[in-house]
Design a protein around this ligand. Sequence first.
Ligand code: IMP
Ligand code: MG
Length: 192
Amino acid sequence: MPSNISQNLLEDLERILISEEDVQNRVRELGEQISKDYEGKELVLVGILRGGLVFLSDLTRAIKIPHSFDMCGASSYAGGTSSSGRVQITKDVEVNLHNKHVLICEDIYDSGRTLGAISELLRLHKPASIEMCAFLWKKVPERYTDVEIKYKGFDIDDVFVVGYGLDYEELYRNLPMIGVLSPRVYAGESES
Ligand code: IMP
Ligand code: MG
């Protein structure tokens, strides 16, 4: 167990779904694949704040070809454990995407609303191509967009997870592994 992680955060996990080692190995593999696929192309990674920040910061260092990155902002969970159904764009990119090959990097693909809204936004910048990379791909019964995911880290069941950028009420993002949050943490959460 990592000694530098607050014991309280770990105690709130029902179980560890993906260990830190497995997370890092998979990011390395994704980086190698992306480096091959985009060789000779002008690549820009676009991470989605805030959850995608941790994944983006590891992925950029796992990609060995020249590229740039930026972040855009979207929020769909209003603090709880289920998607609010509305995606709010909170920040556009600043790097020039015109004629560049854009790879959107998201922490998790759940209902698909966030990636759908962000890809629409980025299309306005007239890039040469747009592809998606989701570190986690949740097996949910219903999706609202059929955005195609080119790179996937792991398929997971339809459970609420935290860690590696993913939060519950803005906490747990700093856990280096992916864990299933114990339901007692959000018991009594009100529907809004
Ligand atoms: P979507 O728009 O429903 O695909 O949701 C995507 C966003 O919801 C992600 O970027 C996350 O911020 C958040 N999200 C979805 N599933 C989870 C989860 O299991 N834990 C924490 N955040 C999640
Ligand atoms: Mg969130």
